[in-house]
Design a protein. Structure first.
Length: 167
């Protein structure tokens, strides 16, 4: 029974993996436009999401923003990924069973208590933040220059994502 409760709690707290969508509650993507062609893009996943998928979604959103604002290429000038950890403590449980027998004016009782200790469920939620500089022409820089259309096509196909409406 305790395992069933633990599984139900995990399902309720995590649900399915976060989809590619704007930030809602604590999960989804968000961005801040720092200059006409510079964006800080963050994707926050829930406990059912793998860190690699959160990274893919941040990259996907970077490509999407570049395209929406008329840029073909982008470079990630700063990126970080982390996993936020939270926990839920399920309390312990004690069940006592008592058997009583009466003999005249005497009652004889025997009790037995079974204790199940509490459990701590740990949830790890991935987050990726990229600072991106977008450009219309392919920049001559050291490092990776991403083709926004190529990245969009590859990752959207991989994760079965449709392009969001224009900003």
């Amino acid at each position: 029974m305790r395992k069933l409760i633990a599984i139900a709690a995990a399902v309720v707290l995590t649900g399915c993996a976060t989809s590619y969508k704007p930030l809602s509650g604590n999960f989804g993507y968000t961005h801040t436009r720092l200059a006409p062609n510079i964006f800080e893009v963050t994707f926050r996943g829930n406990a059912a999401m793998k860190p690699e998928q959160a990274s893919d979604y941040a990259l996907l959103r970077s490509a999407e923003l570049s395209l929406v604002y008329g840029y073909r290429y982008f470079v990630i000038v700063s990126g970080k990924s982390a996993v936020a950890t939270s926990s839920y403590v399920m309390p312990g449980q004690a069940n006592t069973t008592t058997t009583a027998n009466a003999y005249g004016n005497t009652v004889r009782a025997q009790s037995q208590t079974n204790y199940t200790p509490g459990q701590t469920l740990v949830f790890e939620m991935p987050r990726t933040t990229n600072t991106v500089i977008a450009s219309k022409e392919k920049p001559d820089v050291n490092g990776i220059v991403y083709d926004a259309e190529f990245i969009w096509q590859e990752l959207a196909t991989k994760h079965k994502v449709e392009r969001a409406p224009a900003l």
